[in-house]
Design a protein around this ligand. Sequence first.
Ligand SMILES: Cc1cc2nc3c(=O)[nH]c(=O)nc-3n(C[C@H](O)[C@H](O)[C@H](O)COP(=O)(O)OP(=O)(O)OC[C@H]3O[C@@H](n4cnc5c(N)ncnc54)[C@H](O)[C@@H]3O)c2cc1C
Length: 464
Amino acid sequence: MNVLNTDVLVIGSGPSGLAAALEAHRNGANTVIVDSFARAGGQYWMQSKYGLERNDRQMQAGANFITNSENLGIKTITDAEVWGILPKYRVFIQQGSRDSIEITARALVICTGAHDFVMPFTGWTLPGVMTAGAGQRYVKMYGKPPGDKIVLAGSGVFLWAVAATIVKAGGKLEAMVESSSNQFRLFSLIGRHPSRWTETRRLLSPVLRSGVQRLNGYRIDYAQGEDRIEAVKLRQVSNSDRDASQELEMETDCLLVSHGFRPITEITALLRCEHQFDTKKGGWYCKTDPETGATSIDNVYAAGEVTGVTGAQSALIEGALAGLGVSEKLGFTRNGIERKRARLMKRQLRTARFADGLAELFELNTNSMPRIDDNTLVCRCEDVIWGDVLKSWDDGAQNLQAVKYWTRLGMGRCQGRICGVAVSRLLANQFDLDPRIFGFNHPRLPLRPVTVNVVHDALARKSL
Ligand SMILES: Cc1cc2nc3c(=O)[nH]c(=O)nc-3n(C[C@H](O)[C@H](O)[C@H](O)COP(=O)(O)OP(=O)(O)OC[C@H]3O[C@@H](n4cnc5c(N)ncnc54)[C@H](O)[C@@H]3O)c2cc1C
């Protein structure tokens, strides 16, 4: 087992993690970053094995940030998944499939980001159906699109980001289907935030040039196929009779779906940090002091989408603020910090207003959700269908924990990260309840699946 000591441990190397590490390091704190991905950059700056960053300004900006951090000598450990944390702060990591690392840190900055999210629907487990994020990652990892007739559906500007990645890699999109009809208000939002115009044009131009068919105000009804997806049924979003509106069928070999992002709160929840709920920020998120990134737990800081989904620019600013905050708390400081913090706070206000506006335009509501029936699988790890959940509810399991005991929902590999959020939302819709009442998962060790020898290493050192 590898054992390290540091002042600050940053978990996550996306925009927020890299920015936090950079500021903490500049202030003089010994700083280490760990990330479960094979390369630093997180989601927004995910680096391709195929040198795609040469043609992509977003990836290029990430590559520059990563190089800068390496040149400054900030130690970054990749392919390294945090699976446990004990107080003051001993952090357990599995690197690769077998190696163990234990890092003792005076303070933590949690920058674990968000995962992309899909509401279950009939046919969503057919091969060829994946999250839009997985589709984008496929292109970045393998240098080619995940299908020949791709339909991209759901809601939010992320659909444009994925479409841009696909067409820039030479892929062909059959259609882009947005459930919100508010898309055109996007231009008025950008009119109020002109600094966002370049970024928006960068996303929109390649997609518009590709001539892809675009449908607004349509939702996925269900997917169909024998051994894999062959077609998707779409339905016009209607405020009256959900199932009587205009229907369309589209042939496809690959359906990419996005219904937004959800903060990855398993580490902040494990540490018992205070959390808040806001659908516009992706549901449950870790509460922080906006000036310093401090959470409710001493010497635990958080930044980026784990503190609410507000986009990459916001993550970058929050990361810098948390890096300043954590290093100052540990007694490291330098001249001009107050001015820097004030500048960052001012930028953050503007960025947050823009993120709020976007969230309003693309909020998923009951009418824009896909169809689900009793036989739809809602927990893929444990094969739980929606009918099982409803039955457990009727039998008296009237909270998520009880549904879990009744049905095993959330007891599998994802530990409820995916199904817990979706089922809370479905139950809230079904029984007209506030999704907050379902709470969120309380994770236990190990946070992620680990090999026995990794746990054995920790036990042998009497760490656990
Ligand atoms: C799949 C996906 C694709 C996206 N693509 C785009 C895009 O193209 N354009 C755009 O504007 N926005 C995109 N986003 C939104 C984007 O996530 C953010 O705006 C931005 O990346 C947030 O930065 P962050 O630093 O908060 O988190 P992230 O960039 O998500 O970084 C979080 C990092 O934490 C690491 N991590 C999480 N848990 C652990 C653990 N237990 N142990 C070790 N490491 C851990 C992850 O591996 C990840 O690298 C995407 C989001 C997702 C989920």
